[in-house]
Design a protein around this ligand. Structure first.
Ligand SMILES: [Zn+2]
Length: 65
């Protein structure tokens, strides 16, 4: 399906802040499935990063809520 293919491609490309387009490493944010509030280290603006459930597969039990 087109949607699945698109998700895979997006995960391989560098992620960028939608405001300043600076490349952001999401590893530092400890992303979980669903919506994650990201604060750009560069311009300090916040935005929502949506993570597909498959993105966190293989990392069970690591959520801290
Ligand atoms: Zn930014």
């Amino acid at each position: 399906m087109m949607k699945k293919l698109k998700e895979q491609i997006m995960q391989e490309f560098p992620h960028r802040c939608p405001y300043c387009e600076k490349t952001i490493t999401y590893e530092q944010f400890n992303l979980k499935a669903g919506e994650n509030e990201i604060k750009c280290p560069s311009c300090k603006k916040k935005y929502i990063k949506v993570v597909a459930p498959s993105f966190t597969e293989g990392d069970h039990g690591s959520r801290s809520e």
